[in-house]
Design a protein around this ligand. Structure first.
Ligand code: GRF
Length: 219
């Protein structure tokens, strides 16, 4: 089977990107990172990609008068690499529904929480504030609702006594790298079938069908 072509979208440090590039170089990985697209010309991850000889396209948001104009160029940049899979790894923009539909069923995001807990920002601090004993990260399909697509896989880590948000984030990061690499390997293997229908009600995903109750209400 041909190696799957993977494009990674980043906005910052690029440690997940580096993990993917390194992993993809194993003979049995089944995928190759063929391009990186970023919305920030100061993203540290640009140097990560360049050092590995992976081409980078920078599409700075501030150069475009509107989100639509920005996304048109961003999406063309992604498509230009001919991806089988698109990985959002620390990409800090919310894509419009139109952009999501263009990449439908091919784009996955890594998020540092055990979704559906803590979509959005500050996930580590929120887990600590809630007194969670277990924290983790999720890889999920990208849908228009932020961080709410069906979850492909998660990794859990214990919350330790005295953990700060920073310590928790740092401890999780290496497991995130392993989770993301394992997920991309799985996707590249062709063994996962992604169902085209994802139900959501009032912007909240449902992980099963509605049920008609005795009062003929769908619950
Ligand atoms: C990771 O924690 C990822 O889960 C989140 O943003 C961070 C990106 O880190 N979405 P890096 O840029 O891959 O180092």
């Amino acid at each position: 089977m041909a190696e799957a072509r993977v494009v990674v979208l980043i906005s910052g440090r690029g440690s997940n990107l580096k993990a993917l590039i390194d992993d993809s170089r194993s003979a049995d990985a089944g995928y190759r990172v063929v391009g990186v697209v970023t919305d920030r010309n100061d993203a540290v991850g640009i140097a990560v990609a360049e050092a590995a000889g992976v081409p980078v396209t920078v599409v700075p948001r501030q150069m475009f008068p509107s989100r639509a104009a920005f996304e048109a160029v961003l999406n063309d940049a992604v498509d230009g690499f001919g991806p089988d899979w698109i990985v959002l790894a620390g990409f800090m923009r919310v894509l419009s529904p139109e952009a999501v539909h263009r990449f439908e069923m091919r784009a996955f995001n890594i998020h540092p929480s055990l979704l559906p807990k803590y979509p959005g920002l500050d996930t580590h601090a929120r887990a600590l504030a809630a007194g969670d004993r277990v924290h983790g990260a999720s890889v999920h399909l990208v849908i228009p609702a932020l961080d709410q697509g069906p979850v492909l896989a998660q990794v859990e880590i214990p919350v330790c006594e005295g953990d700060s948000a920073g310590a928790l984030a740092e401890r999780l990061l290496s497991r995130e790298h392993e989770l993301l690499c394992a997920c991309v390997r799985l996707l590249a293997s062709g063994r996962v079938e992604i169902q085209p229908l994802q139900l959501s009600l009032d912007a909240t995903n449902r992980h099963g069908p509605f049920l008609l109750n005795a009062n003929n209400q769908l619950v």
